[in-house]
Design a protein around this ligand. Structure first.
Ligand code: CTP
Length: 134
C-alpha cells in the first residue's frame, strides 16, 4: 500500500496537551506527519504579539516529538494549497475551531477536523502565568 502523508498547521507556542493530542491523532491517520509551524511574523500580524518561543525554537520543539516526521516554516497563510502539494499530503488535519475553513483544499486531499481539547490554549496558559506574577 502507498504511504499516507498527513499535514497540519499551527503556532504550537508554549506546547500544551491540546497540541500533543491533535498531533498524535493526526499522526494516527497516516504513515508520516508533516507539521507547518507558523512564522513569528504571521503571529504578530494575526494576534498582535510575537509568540513566547521563536519560530526556530518552535520548529525544534515540534520536530523533536516522536510522532512528528518533518517540520517546515509556514511563512504565508495564503500558501496552504502549495504546502499540501509540495509535501504530497493525502490528509490535512486541523482542530475544529477551524471547522470548514480548510475545505478549499478538499480537491487536493482529505480534510479532517478533530475536536479541540477542552479548557486549554496557549493564550490561557500565558494569562494564567501572568496572574501568578501579579
Ligand atoms: N488545538 C487543539 N486543542 C486545544 C488547542 C489547540 O486541538 N485545546 C489545536 C488547534 O485546533 C490547531 C493546533 O492545535 O489545530 C494548533 O493550535 P494553536 O493555535 O497553535 O494553539 P492554541 O492553544 O489554540 O493557541 P492560541 O491560544 O494562541 O490561539
Amino acid at each position: 500500500m502507498p504511504s499516507r502523508t498527513v499535514i497540519t498547521f499551527g503556532t504550537f507556542d508554549v506546547l500544551h496537551v491540546g497540541h500533543i493530542r491533535i498531533l498524535k491523532r493526526a499522526a494516527a491517520l497516516g504513515d508520516r506527519l508533516v507539521v507547518g509551524v507558523s512564522a513569528d511574523a504571521l503571529n504578530v500580524a494575526k494576534k498582535g504579539r510575537p509568540p513566547v518561543f521563536s519560530e526556530s525554537e518552535r520548529l525544534e520543539i515540534v520536530g523533536s516529538l516522536r510522532f512528528v516526521d518533518a517540520v517546515f516554516l509556514e511563512e504565508s497563510l495564503e500558501l496552504k494549497r502549495d504546502y499540501v502539494l509540495e509535501h504530497r499530503a493525502d490528509v490535512l488535519v486541523m482542530g475544529d475551531d477551524w471547522s470548514g475553513r480548510f475545505d478549499f483544499v478538499s480537491d487536493l486531499c482529505e480534510v479532517v477536523y478533530f475536536p479541540r481539547t477542552p479548557s486549554v490554549s496557549t493564550t490561557e496558559v500565558i494569562e494564567h502565568i501572568t496572574t501568578l506574577g501579579s
